[in-house]
Write a protein that binds this ligand. Structure first.
Ligand code: MN
Length: 250
């Protein structure tokens, strides 16, 4: 099995190292990841600038390509130029921080897996539900288990798996739950400051508000100690709205 790894925290982040160590004996593993952090860039791609690409060795742990672009750039570039043909599996992560609810839209981690899916390659995004004291050992063990499960069962066509892992000791994880994307949104807050020349600048901050964390959602599953596995599709059509719009007399 040929496995492509990427992420949005950058090739030097501990999460991709944990993911590499978790799957390195499951096949030929290739790492193509952003050279610097690209969190929250969503599915951005680079079209007006050249994309730099440098082969690096990461602390003797793995060799990979550091790409001066976005997570989606990394997957496109790896599949079409760097690798000798498409991989069998794309893995993204392990992200520091959850990607549940609306974060799926903003996430570069999820977008790397989305790009893999667009290219017809089974893809999985992994995120760890914490921003401090990450339990990479737990996340790596869970990621390995899910990769093996996906190899045995296959991932449905045009579907990526968005996996969120509670930041708990492995023996406190209650199991895996197949979930639906919950509803959440950012309560926006900009810090307004002045630069040395007296011009304003803004720095985005904010807080996540959960709008639907009911039973069966990704948000709830992770909060309850379950690994959340959400199947995500590429079709963003709101089917319930089609009939209503067809009534417009245009
Ligand atoms: Mn990130």
């Amino acid at each position: 099995m040929r496995i492509l790894l990427s992420n949005d925290d950058g090739i030097h982040a501990p999460g991709i190292r944990a993911l590499y160590d978790a799957v390195k004996d499951l096949g030929d593993v290739f790492v193509v990841a952003p050279s610097v952090e690209q969190s929250a860039v969503g599915h951005a791609i680079t079209v007006f600038d050249p994309i730099k690409c440098k082969r690096i060795t990461k602390d003797g742990a793995f060799e990979g390509y550091a790409v001066g672009g976005t997570p989606a750039d990394c997957i496109k570039l790896a599949v079409t130029e760097i690798l000798d043909g498409p991989p069998d599996l794309v893995l993204s992560g392990i992200n520091l921080g959850p990607n549940t609810g609306i974060s799926v839209i903003y996430s570069g981690t999820v977008s790397a897996a989305t790009e893999g899916t667009v290219l017809g390659i089974p893809s999985i995004a992994f995120s760890l539900d914490t921003f401090s004291e990450p339990r990479w050992d737990t996340a790596a063990a869970i990621a390995r288990k899910i990769v093996i499960g996906s190899r045995e069962n296959g991932i449905p066509d045009e579907t990526l798996l968005n996996v969120n892992i509670p930041n708990l000791p492995l023996d406190e994880i209650k199991g895996c739950a197949v979930t639906l994307m919950g509803r959440s949104r950012w309560i926006e807050k900009f810090h307004k400051r002045n630069d040395p020349r007296g011009n304003h600048y803004f720095w985005l901050d904010g807080e996540m508000e959960q709008l639907d964390n009911s039973e069966g959602t990704d948000i709830r599953a992770v909060a309850d100690g379950f690994v959340s596995i959400t199947p995500i599709g590429l079709d963003l059509t709101r089917y319930e709205a089609v009939e209503e719009l067809q009534k417009w007399e245009l």
